[in-house]
Design a protein around this ligand. Structure first.
Ligand SMILES: [Zn+2]
Ligand SMILES: [Zn+2]
Length: 143
């Protein structure tokens, strides 16, 4: 899996922000025994409780994290979140839900590789443009 880093800058107020999409640096895919013996302070305590809950029911629970960019369907503002994946035998056991900090609407995942323009989080004009020259990527460490 490859990760992407994209830089957006507002052509109106010149506010700039970096967004990442792809596998998390800190959390490689791991089984529950690996997770519980490692640093489980990586996640929010509610996520941690959910993992423990699911591990009781699913023997082959696999935990991983991905950086995902979300867009508010109402404001058009971008948010970068660390999405936690909980999977067992290809079954997705946990769906991440995030809300817009401005209007509280549920955010929708977006693909920054296809997103050239968004709404600036500072001046709220639709002039938040992806800068082409700062296209970086990384490859995740093998599990
Ligand atoms: Zn702006
Ligand atoms: Zn919103």
């Amino acid at each position: 899996m490859t990760g992407y880093v994209k830089y957006y800058e507002c052509s109106s107020c010149h506010y700039g922000e970096q967004f990442v999409q792809g596998p998390g640096f800190l959390v490689r895919p791991q089984s529950f025994p690996e997770y519980i013996s490692g640093n489980h302070r990586l996640f929010h305590y509610k996520i941690h409780e959910k993992i423990i809950n699911l591990a009781n029911r699913y023997q082959s629970l696999l935990i991983s994290a991905t950086y995902q960019v979300y867009k508010c369907p109402s404001c058009g503002i971008l948010f970068n979140k660390s999405k936690v994946n909980m999977v067992s035998d290809d079954k997705i056991l946990h769906v991440n839900e995030f809300k817009c900090s401005r209007c509280r609407r549920r955010l929708k995942p977006t693909n920054i590789n296809r997103l050239r323009r968004a709404v600036c989080p500072v001046c709220l004009k639709p002039s938040f443009l992806r800068q082409k020259e700062s296209d970086l990527l990384w490859s995740s460490v093998k599990a």
